[in-house]
Design a protein around this ligand. Structure first.
Ligand code: ADP
Length: 445
């Protein structure tokens, strides 16, 4: 087992990883930018190294700085968390060259799922259903129009390097294509330095359901059931739950098998997530595979009582996965607590947290790096924590969530708590009958 793990990340996920390392008797090294000097992950780790200035390119994305920090502290492994360098094959390669274990899959596995076009092609070969669409990058707007005409509108333009819902445009008719094509390309170029876009059929009223998988270097893959992430704003997840209210035993078996087939086709090693869109007839289509731990991994942990970070570390250290699939015994919901103003188009609201009271009690988990007096820097993601509840039934998990949100006090900044409070009381949300478009017509009172 590793002796010391450097965590190449910040915020709640850095803290989450430190907690598991503590339980496993592994020493930890935190890295931080000058803007994060006072963050909890810095205080909780055994050692901490400043790796540069606030912009991510000078710190959390700066590979030479990270490698130096790992070398001076004698870390024998690096955990990348999510975001930043978690799906950067070059970083994984450089770790290997320095004899430091990258806690995640190999560079080749990351590459095969890294851009969406390549991933889709790999899945078609493996026999996993994918969203119908063009089979490569678009070369011109005319090509896009021709394809769309053949498959029928609506269609969606997507960035091959995409993430976080950026570089995506839904197109309902021919006359909208030109503008959509240009904006999707421009947004992709600005966000990912790669303006490659492709086209696929727009699945109407779909649910976003993803399957958690774990695989080891000996070729065994198992699945850990699903998460439903259909509560999204501008293609970004806000609430996740497990199990999905839309799931049936039969569909879970089919999607679980497809996810294992996807992971097997690249000999996947580590924990990962296979994302699918599911239409109202319960047809499902592969969208992408995330070769890392995800923000919403906690709901899976709660319903099957399983530490996914521990599993990830054990797999990286060469241990075997169990080989049996896991099924939810309980119901868990996660609300993302963002420093954003839900009454003002979810605008970021960085600044100082003056008062903080976090909820507790039966069935409540808070994963967060903030504390009273903490100043949220404006440079990074606006998520400041995750509130997770678990209960025997979905209704009870929602009731516990409402109660916990009511206890949550964060003063000094705006947060998404009022939005979540209203959502937990919403009849349609409570019915479980919704899709990814649900929030488009949701009016905050
Ligand atoms: P990203 O990697 O940017 O998060 P995804 O491919 O995971 O992008 O898609 C994010 C969300 O966009 C999905 O959860 C879904 O709501 C929507 N979406 C993506 N592709 C389609 C599609 N073909 N049809 C309908 N909705 C889609």
């Amino acid at each position: 087992m590793f002796k010391k793990i450097l965590i190449a990340n910040r915020g709640e996920i850095a803290l989450r990883i430190i907690r598991t390392c503590r339980e496993m008797g592994i020493k930890t090294v935190a890295v931080y930018s000058t803007a994060d000097r006072d963050s909890l992950h810095v205080k909780f780790a055994d050692e901490a190294v400043c790796i540069g200035k606030p912009p991510s390119s000078d710190s959390y994305l700066n590979i030479p700085h990270l490698m130096s920090a790992a070398e001076i502290t004698n870390a024998d492994a690096i955990h990348p968390g999510y975001g930043f360098l978690a799906e950067n094959a070059r970083f994984a390669q450089i770790c290997a060259e320095h004899q430091i274990k990258f806690i995640g899959p190999t560079p080749a596995m990351i590459n095969s799922m890294g851009d969406k076009i390549t991933a889709k092609a790999t899945m078609i070969k493996a026999g996993v259903p994918v969203v119908p669409g063009g089979d490569g990058l678009l070369k011109s707007v005319d090509e896009a129009k021709g394809l769309a005409k053949n498959m029928g509108y609506p269609v969606i333009l997507k960035a091959t390097a995409g993430g976080g819902g950026k570089g995506m445009r839904i197109v309902f008719e021919d006359s909208e294509m030109e503008k959509a094509y240009d904006t999707a390309k421009a947004e992709a170029a600005a966000s990912f330095k790669n303006d490659g876009v492709y086209l696929e059929k727009y699945v109407e009223e779909p649910r976003h359901i993803e399957i958690q998988v774990a695989g080891d270097q000996y070729g065994t893959v198992c699945h850990l059931s699903e998460r439903d992430c259909s509560i999204q704003r501008r293609h970004q997840k806000l609430v996740e739950e497990s199990p999905s209210p839309f799931m049936t035993d039969e569909l879970r078996k089919k999607m679980g098998d497809a996810a294992k087939k996807a992971a097997n086709s690249i000999n996947y090693e580590g924990v990962g997530t296979v994302e699918f869109l599911v239409d109202k007839h319960r047809n499902f289509y592969f969208m992408e595979m995330n070769t890392r731990i995800q923000v919403e991994h906690c709901v899976t942990e709660e319903v099957i009582n399983f530490d996914l970070i521990k599993e990830q570390i054990k797999i990286a250290a060469g241990e075997k996965v169990s080989g049996v699939d896991y099924f939810p015994q309980l119901h868990s919901i996660e609300c993302r607590i963002n420093a954003e103003d839900p009454y003002n188009d979810f605008r970021p609201s960085p600044g100082k947290i003056v008062t903080l009271h976090q909820p507790g009690g039966h069935g409540v988990r808070v994963d967060s790096h903030v504390y009273a007096g903490y100043v949220i820097p404006p440079y990074y993601d606006s998520m400041i924590g995750k509130l997770i509840t678990v209960a025997r039934t979905r209704n009870e998990a929602i009731d516990t969530m409402y109660r916990a949100l009511s206890e949550y006090v964060i003063e000094g900044i705006k947060t998404t708590i009022p939005f979540h409070l209203q959502l937990m009381q919403d009849e349609r949300f409570r019915s479980g009958n919704f899709n990814t478009k649900f929030l488009e017509n949701f009016q905050l009172k």
